[in-house]
Design a protein around this ligand. Structure first.
Ligand code: AP5
Length: 217
C-alpha cells in the first residue's frame, strides 16, 4: 500500500491535494488538523483543551496528536495520506513506530514548497464547506454559485478561527522552528521528494501523481 506524508507550511495546499488523492486514488486522508477541529466542535474535554492552542496558531502536544493517529492506524487499512502530521521530530519517530506495528511503511514524503507571500494570500482567502469539508478560495477557487458548496449544495460555508494574519505569523514560526527540520530528517531517510506548490492546483496534482507513479498503488 502507498502511504505518503504531505509536508508543508500552513496554506501550502496539503488539504486540497489530499482531497484530490482521496477522490482519484481512493486513498485515506488522515488530517490531524481536521481531527482536532472535530474534537473542538464536539466540546469534548480534549477539544476544550486544544481550542485555545489552535486559535493562537501554536502546536498541540505531541501526546494528543500521536494518540489520534495511533487510533486511526490501529483500525487497520492503508493507503494513508498523512496531512499535517508529523509536525515534530518526536511525531516522526512515533509515526515510524506506529507504521511498523501495523506492518506498513512510508512510500514517500512530499514536501510542498510555497513562499510566505503566497501563503498569506491563500490563508486569508480560504473558506470551507462545513458539511462536506470541500476547500475554496475567494480568488483562486470560488464556489460556482456564491454561498453554495459545489460538491454537496450546503450553504454552510465557513472561515477558520486561525485563518487570520496574526495567527498565520505564529503558525509559520511554529512551522520553521519545529516542523521544517523534518525536511532534513526525511532527506536523510531517503523518503523526501519536493514539489513546487506554487503552481495551479492541477499542476501540483500532476507533480504528485508523477511521484506516485510506479509506486504500486
Ligand atoms: P492544520 O489544519 O493542519 O493546518 P495547517 O498545516 O496550518 O494547514 P492548512 O490546513 O492551513 O493548509 P493546507 O496546506 O491544508 O492548505 P489548503 O489545501 O487548505 O492545523 C491547524 C492547527 O491544528 C495547527 O496550527 C495546530 O494547532 C493543530 N495541529 C494540527 N496537526 C498537528 C500536529 N500534527 N501536531 C500539533 N498540532 C497540530 O489550501 C489553502 C488555501 O489555498 C485554500 O483556500 C485553497 O483553495 C488554496 N489553494 C490550495 N492549493 C492552491 C494552489 N495550488 N494555487 C492556488 N490556491 C491554492
Amino acid at each position: 500500500m502507498v502511504n505518503i506524508i504531505l509536508l508543508g507550511p500552513p496554506g501550502a495546499g496539503k488539504g486540497t491535494q489530499a482531497r484530490l488523492l482521496v477522490e482519484r486514488r481512493n486513498m485515506v486522508q488522515l488530517s490531524t488538523g481536521d481531527m482536532l477541529r472535530d474534537a473542538k466542535a464536539s466540546g469534548s474535554p480534549m477539544g476544550r483543551r486544544v481550542a485555545e492552542v489552535m486559535d493562537r496558531g501554536e502546536l498541540v502536544s505531541d501526546e494528543i496528536v500521536i494518540g489520534l493517529i495511533g487510533e486511526k492506524l490501529a483500525a487497520g487499512g492503508g493507503g494513508y495520506i498523512f496531512d499535517g502530521f508529523p509536525r515534530t521530530l518526536a511525531q516522526a519517530d512515533a509515526l515510524a513506530r506506529l507504521l511498523e506495528r501495523v506492518g506498513q511503511r512510508l512510500t514517500a514524503v512530499i514536501e510542498m514548497r510555497v513562499d510566505d507571500a503566497a501563503l498569506l494570500a491563500r490563508i486569508t482567502g480560504r473558506y470551507t464547506c462545513g458539511n462536506c469539508g470541500e476547500v475554496y478560495h475567494d480568488v483562486t477557487r470560488p464556489t460556482a454559485v456564491p454561498g453554495v458548496c459545489d460538491v454537496c449544495g450546503s450553504t454552510d460555508l465557513r472561515r477558520r478561527a486561525d485563518d487570520t494574519e496574526e495567527s498565520l505569523k505564529q503558525r509559520l514560526l511554529e512551522y520553521y522552528k519545529k516542523t521544517s527540520p523534518l525536511v532534513g530528517y526525511y532527506y536523510a531517510t531517503g523518503d523526501l521528494v519536493t514539489v513546487d506548490g506554487l503552481g495551479e492546483i492541477e499542476a501540483v496534482a500532476a507533480e504528485i501523481a508523477a511521484v506516485l507513479e510506479g509506486q504500486g498503488d
